[in-house]
Design a protein around this ligand. Structure first.
Ligand SMILES: Nc1ncnc2c1ncn2[C@@H]1O[C@H](COP(=O)(O)OP(=O)(O)O[C@H]2O[C@H](CO)[C@@H](O)[C@H](O)[C@H]2O)[C@@H](O)[C@H]1O
Length: 483
């Protein structure tokens, strides 16, 4: 008997390269890890397939093997099933591809040269599970692939003949497209006759993301605004024509945040909309931790330091903000030149600016709890999670009006303030002039206690959980089930 069906649950296989709590390099992992719990309440049992990277292999000893592939792109592969913090995981163990020192995608020297094969292998196994099921009898009705790493999964399934499993590709960031040389068609087990512009061919090579976008039944992305932006050349990064051509199958579904994890009431110094003294205690603690004294708004940033996130604008807008009484706590890592630039700000503004280079989940909580405002000056932002943590924590988002940032923050213009619906400050375009103006607005709002309190209360009241989005995914899956 198939597991899941006996409990009346419908079944979906989620395929991704990272998943909280096992491995995270960015927001993708948060979303992949949160979806199973969110969808369970919608009648869908979701299992997550991801690679067994070196650090995850010790877990496999006690997990049953539910799938075997003798020749998986140059070595044997097997899938072991287990549960981690309530999430049903399927780990793909293929030592020749994943048991190595370094990050999931790269090592100190750059991207792993065999990334095309590594993630083609993940996708190959996903497609096989969709077609034939697991050793324990479980077979999904829907295959849900995330980003380029899972991009070939819907393609293998589509090229493998008639199928009864619906497929979805979710684009978390179109900047990463899974490029491979055209000479790899055969090595990646793709049909040579599909190598043409209407299918696999992409600027003379291969893109696993394009392969998914051509073959999946539906294309989703993580906010309605990003879905619309992707049809324009400035955001679509080469794939805008394809997205536009498939517009009828494109859906933007906002991410949620895990309200159990991002809960101001559960922080070591708890607070809430009716207990804002606790918020002040968090601010004081954060200032003490970093030796800061900030008379005006304390801005915070928790981010990958990349061009996408607009961090290079900070040095340009900070002087005026500091002069107006502001301060900054930044936690992040990424681009080495940006890291160095951020550290220079500390020297320039001692007692006003603190920077921590690195990745630190616990510190990120203290930062959101203690900040007055969170800055997200992204050039593009498919959804963005940190502005939503800001909303939950009464840490007012100051964001570029792009993608999911535009969909989740209501700017404090006079009309919105009068209507009592404002939750933050948005600016457009993403440049130093607009960003600086937004910070001036922030200082002004912060100086009026009544307005500021109203803003914080509205922000904290805004729903940012998974409820509505999980229902939207469930409706999407349902629409793909055979009638
Ligand atoms: N140094 C650090 N220490 C601790 N925590 C850190 C950190 N740097 C980042 N984080 C955390 O990592 C996550 C980043 O998520 P984002 O949504 O902001 O961006 P990302 O660009 O990675 O994700 C992509 O995928 C997600 C998911 O769909 C989209 O929301 C987004 O727009 C898209 O670019 C957040 O949980 C943040 O708190």
């Amino acid at each position: 008997m198939e597991k899941g069906r006996d409990m009346g649950m419908k079944r979906v296989l989620s395929v991704a390269s990272e998943c909280v709590p096992l491995l995270k390099t960015g927001g993708l992992a948060d979303v992949v890890g949160a979806l199973p719990g969110a969808l369970a309440g919608q009648g869908w049992e979701m299992r997550v397939l991801m690679p067994a990277y070196r650090a995850l292999r010790p877990r496999l000893a006690e997990w049953p093997v539910v799938f075997v592939e003798e020749d998986l792109f140059g070595g044997p592969g097997r899938v072991c099933a287990g549960e981690v913090e309530g999430v049903s995981m399927l780990l793909l163990d293929a030592p020749h591809l994943f048991d190595r020192e370094g990050g999931p995608y790269n090592t100190a020297g750059g991207d792993w040269p065999d990334n095309p094969q590594r993630f083609a292998a993940l996708s190959w196994v996903a497609a096989k599970i969709a077609r034939h099921g697991l050793g324990d009898g479980w077979r999904p009705q829907i295959l849900h692939a995330h980003d380029w790493q899972a991009g070939f999964a819907p393609a293998y399934l589509a090229f493998g003949g008639p199928r009864d499993v619906g497929t979805v590709i979710t684009i978390h960031n179109i900047a990463f497209q899974g490029w491979a040389e055209a000479t790899m068609v055969e090595a990646l087990r793709l049909p040579a006759h599909e190598f043409h512009p209407a299918a696999l061919e992409y600027y003379g090579g291969l893109s696993s993301l394009k392969a998914a976008m051509v073959t999946a039944d539906r294309i989703t992305t993580v906010s309605p605004s990003y879905a619309a932006e992707l049809m324009r050349p400035e955001f679509g990064m080469g794939l805008q024509g394809l997205i536009a051509a498939r517009a009828a199958d494109v859906v933007g579904i906002l991410n949620g945040v895990d309200e159990g994890v991002w809960a101001p009431e559960a922080e070591p110094l708890p607070f809430g909309p009716r207990k804002m003294k606790g918020k002040a205690a968090n601010r004081a603690a954060l200032c003490a931790e970093f030796g800061l004294e900030v008379p005006g708004p304390l801005a915070v940033v928790v981010s990958r330091l990349t061009d996408q996130k607009g961090m290079d604008l900070l040095p340009q807008v900070l002087p005026d903000f500091i002069a107006a009484g502001g301060g900054l706590v930044l936690l992040g890592s990424g681009d080495k030149a940006l890291e160095a630039e951020m550290l220079r700000l500390v020297e320039r503004y001692p007692g006003r600016v603190a920077v921590r280079i690195g990745y630190d989940e616990a510190l990120s909580h203290r930062i959101f709890a203690g900040g007055d405002a969170v800055l997200v000056p992204s050039r593009f932002e498919p959804c963005g999670l940190t502005q939503m943590y800001g909303l939950r924590y009464g840490t007012i988002p100051v964001v570029a009006a792009v993608g999911g940032l535009a969909d989740t923050v209501i700017t404090a213009n006079p009309a919105a303030l009068a209507a009592g619906v404002a939750t933050g400050v948005t600016f457009h375009p993403t440049d130093a002039i607009a960003f600086a103006e937004a910070l001036r607005r922030l200082v002004q709002l912060h100086s009026d206690r009544t307005v500021w309190t109203q803003l914080q209360k509205r922000a904290m009241a805004q729903p940012v959980g998974w409820g509505a989005s999980a229902a939207a995914y469930a409706r999407l899956y349902d629409s793909l089930l055979p009638a």
